[in-house]
Design a protein around this ligand. Structure first.
Ligand SMILES: C=C1C[C@]23C[C@@]1(O)CC[C@H]2[C@@]12CCC[C@@](C)(C(=O)O1)[C@H]2[C@@H]3C(=O)O
Ligand SMILES: O=C(O)CCC(=O)C(=O)O
Ligand SMILES: [Fe+2]
Length: 371
């Protein structure tokens, strides 16, 4: 079993030929390779093994917006996690200037010629670098997006992109990583606090607890046929939580049980917070991870920057003792972040069910994997 997050994909490499990487800006029509025929926007495998239906419904309900300086923030966060699995935050303490700098750094990167971006291509079993979303291999069609993942120092990849001028990119990314790690920690304790969990209840999260995060830059070029394309297919994140910055173009949608897909409207300066699968496990299912996707549009380029926050790599994550008892048996077995990332790479939407202790999951489900 690999022990480092960067080795999580060793046994599940993602083999994608370079010819699958397109120069989006030169295309006037949607190529067949990217055409998600028949109801493209509901073309996703279901996360719940019991409920195999898909939904095309949309809703105008809006995701909660929480002012972190509000004295009721704790309760609001708890309510949002229970009912939506996602919320937006304002007054989060991240300077607008840093958000704009990281947005410009992302734009600069994605506007490079494709051959230059491919110099920093993510290796099939690696974590960092330029490439298609890891989940692409689970879908018959390609997504209308490109991504760049950074885990740890951005220097190695940035040097390949800009051999003589990479330091500005690195400085911005490193500053962003530092600020995001701090905010993610604050949000995690706020979220756990809303469940009555204090820091001392989480044995592995002592002052030395080495939480880590990856940065995922996502670019969604304007698309000639947006109704038949998919920016990023529906998925949940394999994280404790994800903090997402989106530019002023909408595209992120979240699935609200019983209602349908809700668009997360960009609010200048606000950040989106998603509940990930590991928080779902830690909370014994009280705070379910949110299914989300990104759609594209005909005229505007969209950029998003996700900070994917996880626990120390090798700590087994299981439902918190305070949340289990005779009437609330633990629903998930312990799993480390490294192991879970590998499981997601292998089973995708069945990963969470595959670590479920009893009831819903059975081997037949895994046998049905269409990887
Ligand atoms: C830590 C990680 C989570 C992630 C895989 C990654 O190694 C870095 C990229 C992340 C991302 C972002 C887009 C959606 C996603 C499913 C994917 O393909 O790459 C997530 C992965 C995840 O949460 O499982
Ligand atoms: O671009 C978006 O809004 C979603 C990105 C996302 O879900 C991710 O990076 O995990
Ligand atoms: Fe995501």
């Amino acid at each position: 079993m690999p022990s480092r997050v960067s080795d999580a994909f060793r046994s599940h490499p993602l083999h994608f030929n370079h010819h699958k990487h397109l120069d989006f800006n030169s295309l006037k029509e949607l190529p067949e390779s990217h055409a998600w025929t028949t109801s493209p926007l509901d073309h996703y495998p279901c996360t719940d093994p019991i409920n195999t239906t898909t939904t095309t419904a949309t809703t105008t309900e809006s995701v909660p917006v929480i002012d972190l300086n509000d004295q009721n923030a704790l309760d609001q966060v708890g309510h949002a996690c229970r009912t939506w699995g996602v919320f937006q935050v304002s007054n989060h303490g991240i300077k607008t200037s840093l958000l704009h700098e990281v947005e410009s750094a992302g734009k600069r990167l994605f506007s490079l010629p494709i051959q230059q971006k491919l110099r920093a291509a993510r290796s099939p079993d690696g974590i960092s670098g330029y490439g298609v979303a890891r989940i692409s291999s689970f879908f018959p069609k390609l997504m209308w997006s490109e991504g760049f993942t950074i885990f740890g120092s951005p220097a190695e990849q940035a040097r390949r992109l800009w051999p003589h001028g990479y330091s500005n990119f690195c400085d911005v990314i490193e500053e962003y990583e530092k600020e995001m790690k701090q905010l993610a920690g604050r949000l995690m304790w706020l979220i756990l606090g809303s469940l009555g969990i204090a820091q001392e209840d989480v044995k592995w999260a002592g002052p030395k607890g080495d939480f880590t995060g990856a940065i995922q830059l996502n670019s969604y070029p304007a698309c000639p046929d947006p109704d038949r394309a998919m920016g990023l297919a529906a998925h949940t994140d394999s994280t404790l939580l994800t903090i997402l910055y989106q530019n002023n173009t909408s595209g992120l949608q979240v699935l609200r049980e019983g209602s349908g897909w809700a668009t997360v409207q960009p609010i200048p300066g606000a950040l989106v917070v998603n509940v990930g699968d590991l928080l779902h496990i830690l909370s014994n299912g009280l705070y379910p991870s949110v299914l989300h996707r990104a759609v594209v549009n005909r005229t505007q380029h969209r950029l998003s920057i996700a900070y994917l926050y996880g626990p120390p790599a090798n700590i087994p994550i299981s439902p918190l003792p305070k949340l289990v008892g005779p009437t609330h048996p633990p629903l998930y077995r312990p799993v480390t972040w490294v192991e879970y990332l590998g499981t997601k790479a292998k089973h995708f939407n069945k990963a969470l069910a595959s670590v479920r202790l009893c009831g819903h999951f059975n081997k037949a489900l895994l046998a049905g994997d269409d990887h």
